[in-house]
Design a protein around this ligand. Structure first.
Ligand SMILES: Cc1cc2nc3c(=O)[nH]c(=O)nc-3n(C[C@H](O)[C@H](O)[C@H](O)COP(=O)(O)O)c2cc1C
Length: 364
């Protein structure tokens, strides 16, 4: 009797899932305004019944490879990148897509509307996105309350994954008082997060990236690490730091050592880029929009940054930026990233990419 090989069957399913998304779902989704589709997707997932999560987990998710890093147990090494589910409205659904962790946020201590619309642009030929959302969010307190209602408590994996929460400062807060904002947001989420990520790398909050320079970063990370320690001296919440891809090598080296010295538990590299290299001719006009570019044009740059970061620190590195297919994910793990995150690749390739990224994660 011929027995089907389960690995081949799983491969075939991943292929079908990918083709179905790219040939059927994506063309329909991409006819509409990107932010409207994004909102509809989050609202649909938010309202979806819990049985839908279970169906997703048994059909779409595939197998994950667990790992413990920075004292956090990650049920899988492929995560949802920050910004896709800023308010955690769809948090219960992400494990169903195969993610082992989700970085919710970026949230700020006070809710804010973000920049004027339009602020999200697709560059389809380049497999890229430009965004200048500007931390639109309902506030760190609202996110924490929503997670508490869902039964989330630090370490309990109530949603089937590890929960990271990305913290930012409000637009109206001057950089001199940024530390207060990060500490206030931390205080709100400290019991519902498995880690927090200090976001000093968004290009869409004026002046934010200035906080990445060595001395400022050390002061900021040190203050947040101390605050985490005060909240729970026995088991302080791990503090990750997310870096931009646009730092020159010296500034990157200074930022890495500042984060390290100040007690960061891991680094996330990278956020979106201000560069506009590698755009298809048909996307050049959209490419002039202000904001951060993500997706395929960022792949090589993000990979190079991860290589430089890995060479400079023993801290675990979360690789993110332009992971659009299995090859990109494989190169990111090979560069030394211990976890990866997806945003734009998930939009362009759909859930099949999470499945194949999980499979690749087991090779390393
Ligand atoms: C629409 C959009 C919003 C984003 N918002 C955030 C955010 O709030 N905080 C953050 O740290 N990164 C944010 N990012 C950056 C992503 O988390 C990720 O670092 C970046 O997009 C590179 O990965 P990618 O090429 O897979 O998209 C956002 C990206 C996009 C496309």
């Amino acid at each position: 009797m011929i027995r089907p090989d389960p690995a081949k069957l799983a491969d075939g399913w991943t292929h079908l899932l990918g083709a179905g998304y790219q040939r059927v779902a994506r063309p329909v989704l991409f006819t509409r305004d990107p932010e409207q589709i994004h909102e509809a997707m989050i609202a649909g997932l938010e309202r979806s019944p819990r049985v839908f999560d279970r169906v997703l987990r048994s059909t779409v998710a595939g197998e994950r490879s667990p790992v413990t890093l920075a004292g956090v147990r990650f049920p899988g090494r492929v995560g949802l990148a920050a910004g896709l589910d800023k308010d955690g409205r769809a948090a219960h659904a992400w494990a169903g897509f195969g993610f082992g962790f989700a970085e919710l946020g970026t949230v700020t201590p006070v809710a804010q509307p973000g920049n004027d619309r339009p602020r999200l642009f697709r560059l389809p030929e380049s497999k890229a996105i430009i965004n200048r959302m500007g931390f639109n969010n309902s506030g760190s307190g609202a996110l924490a309350a929503r997670l508490r209602r869902a039964g989330v408590h630090r370490g309990n994996q109530a949603l089937g994954l590890a929960v990271g929460i990305s913290l930012g400062k409000n637009k109206v807060t001057p950089n001199e008082r940024a530390i207060d904002d990060y500490r206030a947001a931390l205080a709100d989420v400290v019991d519902v997060a498995d880690y927090v990520a200090i976001n000093v790398s968004s290009p869409n909050t004026p002046g934010l990236r200035a906080l990445q320079t060595g001395r400022d970063l050390e002061a900021l990370v040190g203050a947040v690490v101390r605050a985490a320690h005060e909240h729970d001296p026995a088991r302080p919440l791990p503090v990750f730091v997310k870096l931009a891809p646009d730092l020159d090598p010296d500034d990157l080296a200074a930022a890495v050592s500042a984060a390290d010295l100040a007690g960061a538990a891991a680094l996330v590299a990278t956020n979106t880029t201000l560069a506009r290299d590698g755009l298809a001719a048909s996307d050049r006009a959209t490419g002039e929009q202000a904001g951060g570019l993500s997706g395929a044009p960022l792949s090589a740059r993000a990979l190079a940054v991860v290589e430089q970061v890995v060479a400079r620190t023993q801290l675990p590195v979360v690789g993110v930026g332009g992971l659009m297919d299995e090859g990109d994910v494989r190169r990111m793990f090979a560069a030394g990233a211990q976890l990866v995150q997806l945003y734009t690749g998930f939009i362009y390739s759909g859930p099949a990419l999470v499945r194949s990224a999980n499979r690749v994660s087991k090779e390393h």
